[in-house]
Ligand binder design. Sequence first.
Ligand code: GCO
Length: 489
Amino acid sequence: MVFTSVDAVDTQQQDEPGGRRFPANFAWGSATAAYQIEGAVAEGGRTPSIWDTFSHTPGKVAGGDTGDVAVDHFHRFREDVAIMRELGLTTYRMSVAWPRITPDVGPDDLGPVNQQGLAFYRALVDELVAAGIEPAVTLYHWDLPQALEDAGGWTDRRTAQRFAEYAAVVATALAPDVQTFITLNEPWCSAYLGYASGVHAPGRQEPASALSAVHHLNLAHGLASSAIRAAVPTARVGLTLNLAWVHSPAGETADDDAVRRVDGLQNRVFLDPVLNGRYPADVLADTSEVTDWSFVLDGDLELVHQVPDVLGVNYYSPTVVRQWDGDRPRETADGHGDTSATPWIGCDGVEFPEQPGRHTDMGWPIDPRGLTELLLRLHREHPGVDLMVTENGAAFPDVVAADGQVHDQDRVDYLRDHLGAVLDAIEVGAPVRGYFLWSLLDNFEWSFGYSKRFGIVHIDYDTLVRTLKDSAHWYSAVVKAGGALPADG
Ligand code: GCO
């Protein structure tokens, strides 16, 4: 299948006139997530997730938006697959909504498997395969069944055990058409935004709970990896992390401690246990006033230590930090929303300064170098682990122009520059196997609701009409040219 067939980088292929080219068999896709696009929240036997509860809580999501209808992908998936086929995409990263599969799950019992829920994903996978598009399935993109949150959510290790059982059910049902199963998407967000800053579901502001969630999410990855490998020995198991390229504006040694703390909390607290079977000692020390980490039980690290066959990297923006001098108001431009509670546990001396230069509609600075740096770091520190860019993209305030088109040149520029950054990493040996653009469609952008547009396909939220943006045409041209990157926009 496409993810496994890139053996070596053929640097001879870079001699396109004025341009550069990706390796043959590089996987070209787009990514979405269930709650952000499906809608139909009460259909097909689905029960509520934490995002249903959160989005229906006044004041949590911009504009009072919810995922009740989203972009109605549940009913329009054939149209959406047809768009991907027209674009020439070779792969698609989608997620499965856990409450569709085991709607009656409780902390001690997975409950019956909902065949209607499985049938929806089966039909979607069949449609993709018929279109020549290889699905990669994320098992957890944040829609935890509400009943599990009511019993403690990710602060309770039983959630990790039930997750592993659910993962095996999905893998068994969708293999062999699906060969790549990504356990978790961005556990950083689930833990810190969900349980510390509270800007994401379930909206708790409890730092100790957030660190407990970090461990139980790591445990969930480990247990689910083992369960999937036992159920489907041929499966490729992945893990997607939103890793950060952390650096200080001037590279001053005075900022080294700030860089170390943020790198620990964002990157190493996930990478080290999963890839090396241990927690970083400095992170345990940095957070010792918040928790003694006694939720890590004997034997847990052996369970967590499941090296993924493919490590997914989600990259949008660099993370620039500085040591705060304590004399002036601390800058908090970390790109994760304003809140009275910080997601940065144990980072009291750190500030996140505003960045000069171009920003996306999320207010995120644009700097493609971070993507190259991240891929090279992973290659250097964890050689032998295949990499994929499982998300990369940008929000801009797109409008349909008088000619009926969406001229999103900002997004084209962003994509061209970031694909160039991926190529920079590949050319010096990073084993990057594919790229998934975030996102195929405009969609429910979590606490920002529908106010931020990440799609290469525009959605009219009144009519749900889909319109290909200029960026969709541009990306399609790159894919259809076999990964030839034009020198200009
Ligand atoms: C995340 C998620 C996506 C987002 C995207 C843009 O990173 O938050 O994986 O669901 O929509 O990243 O913020």
